[in-house]
Design a protein around this ligand. Structure first.
Ligand code: FAD
Length: 481
């Protein structure tokens, strides 16, 4: 039986970040995962393959728009095998690279599925066959999450996909129904739409991207109305039946919402070549043998942890999607460092002021810190400063004036509590917002920091100038209070 100071269960962005950091800090580490290399959902069937395909979607969209700029390309020809090969190469390169740095760090990689035997011992069912027992001083559970299904709606049909099968690009269907208007559905729906599929999105709530500020989502909604076939809000799928010509779907208005967004008879019963169910994700907290430990699972199925990510079993920590929202890779990686520091006996806690969220659609939507929606829900007074991209040279030069950068500001102190951005490349811009919120910057700090011209980053500075009624490119005198 082999024995380690730390065993990490699950090698996603939470697990491998923990294992790598622990090894860098001098610990003897093993990592258990069924895949051949570290990467987890994020690299094998999440963030990275989806962004590879979204890049292709962007290239197609830009080529399509080029005649407006005086350049005309021919109709795109899609070589599906080459497209899949590109995406698979990206995944292989990234996961293979992680495998190499894991070896360089002398971390033992055990390819298999872990079961707890007791609070200090695991049994691993090896992918190559057989079992391996491992003892540890500490373990970190980083087993991630899996796609949710709609209760009572699941049918066993190869035409019905989850995010994993959708990323495999089995074909380019003529029609696709995306069930769920969250970020995964919209990102993958956008990929298929760019490849030529007629995509319909059904969302139960009154708007896409539930939870995000509406003034940001409006920009995305407007563009998706042009690139997607149809967006049905306040509507839900109540039945799916597999047939020869496709999946026949019944869609109903959500109770009480029918008058706001009437569904036509044609909307209510439709047949699609394929259906993508993307209605959220469930934590993989049912790790076998957990009942042999004191680890507790809370009401929503997440493993319960304290601020250092320690579970109720002192030798066991948990991080990433398996411990709670937001289920995002960078949140998992940050928790990884906190857990390792706690194991090393350092004074530490997971208490970020700003976890950025990015939706990689076109335009991208990104936010961090306090949103306007959250401020309203909490009855918290905030001031909002918005800078419209239509007034910015760089945005107009790239023919993408459809964006806005907004700051959520604490009255009195002028502290930046949150930042929201919608527009081309918003996902890159939000990093400055994270820094501003984490460093407790105020609007004057942003206003006085010289931003390079002509770049989209100037929208951050100009939004701060808007707050003072002094924006160079927008005439908007500050209201006297
Ligand atoms: P995971 O990455 O889920 O990894 C968990 C690993 O544990 C898996 O390899 C699993 O096989 C393994 N495992 C489970 N049980 C056991 C066991 N008993 N023994 C051993 N191993 C086990 N996030 C972003 O931040 N940005 C994005 O752009 C983004 N895009 C996404 C797109 C899609 C289509 C999807 C599905 C997700 C996306 N996410 C994105 C979410 C992101 O993938 C997750 O938040 C992230 O992977 C969570 O990391 P994790 O370390 O908690 O677990």
């Amino acid at each position: 039986m082999s024995s380690y100071q730390l065993v990490v269960i699950g090698a996603g962005p939470g697990g491998y970040a923990a294992a790598f950091y622990a090894a860098d800090m001098g610990m003897q580490v093993a990592m258990v995962d069924p895949e051949p290399n570290p990467g987890g959902v994020c690299l094998y069937r999440g963030c990275i393959p989806s962004k590879a395909l979204l890049h292709v979607a962007k290239v197609i969209a830009e080529a399509k728009h080029a005649p407006a700029l005086g350049v005309t390309f021919g109709e795109p020809k899609i070589d599906l095998n080459a497209l899949r090969a590109f995406k698979d190469k990206v995944v292989q390169q990234m996961t293979g690279g992680l495998g190499q740095v894991q070896k360089m760090r002398k971390i033992t990689f055990i390819q298999g599925m872990a079961t707890f035997v007791d609070p200090r011992r695991l049994s691993v069912e090896l992918v190559k066959g057989g079992k391996e027992d491992v003892t540890f001083e500490h373990a970190i559970i980083a087993t991630g999450s899996r796609p949710s299904t709609v209760p009572g709606l699941s049918i066993n049909s190869p035409r019905v996909m989850d995010s994993t099968t959708a990323l495999d690009l089995p074909d380019i269907p003529k029609t696709l129904l995306v069930v769920g208007g969250g970020y995964i559905g919209l990102e993958l729906g956008s990929v298929y739409a760019a490849l030529g599929t007629k995509v319909t999105v059904v969302e139960m709530t009154p708007g896409l991207l539930p939870g995000a500020d509406r003034d940001l989502v409006t920009f995305l909604h407007r563009r998706l109305e042009k690139t997607l076939h149809k967006i049905l809000l306040n509507a839900r799928v109540v039945e799916m039946k597999d047939g020869k010509s496709g999946v026949t779907v019944k869609i109903e208005p959500v109770a009480g919402a029918s008058e706001e967004t009437p569904l036509t008879d044609a909307d209510k019963t439709q047949t699609f070549d394929r259906v993508l169910v993307s209605v959220g994700r469930k934590p993989n907290s049912a790790v076998p043998g957990l009942d042999k430990t004191k680890v507790e699972i809370g009401q929503r199925g997440f493993i319960t942890v304290d601020s250092t990510r320690r579970t109720a079993e002192p030798s066991i920590f948990a991080i990433g999607d398996v411990v709670g929202e937001p289920m995002l890779a960078h949140k998992a990686s940050h928790e990884a460092r906190v857990a390792v520091e706690a194991i090393l006996g350092h004074k530490t806690a997971f208490e970020p002021q700003a976890i950025p969220a990015v939706v990689f659609t076109d335009p991208e939507v990104a936010w961090c810190g306090l949103t306007e929606t959250e401020a309203k829900a909490q009855g918290r007074q905030v001031e909002i400063a918005r800078f419209p991209w239509a007034a910015l040279g760089r945005a107009v030069a790239i023919d993408r004036p459809d964006g806005v950068t907004k700051l959520v500001i604490e009255p009195g102190t002028e502290r930046i509590l949150g930042v929201g951005v919608v527009g081309s490349g918003a996902g890159e811009l939000i990093a400055e917002g994270v820094l501003a919120v984490e460093m407790a910057a105020n609007a004057t700090d942003l206003k006085l920091s010289i931003h390079p011209h002509p770049t989209l980053s100037e929208t951050m500075m100009e939004a701060a100038e808007v707050f003072f009624g002094q924006s160079t490119h927008v005439y908007k005198p500050k209201r006297k209070s």
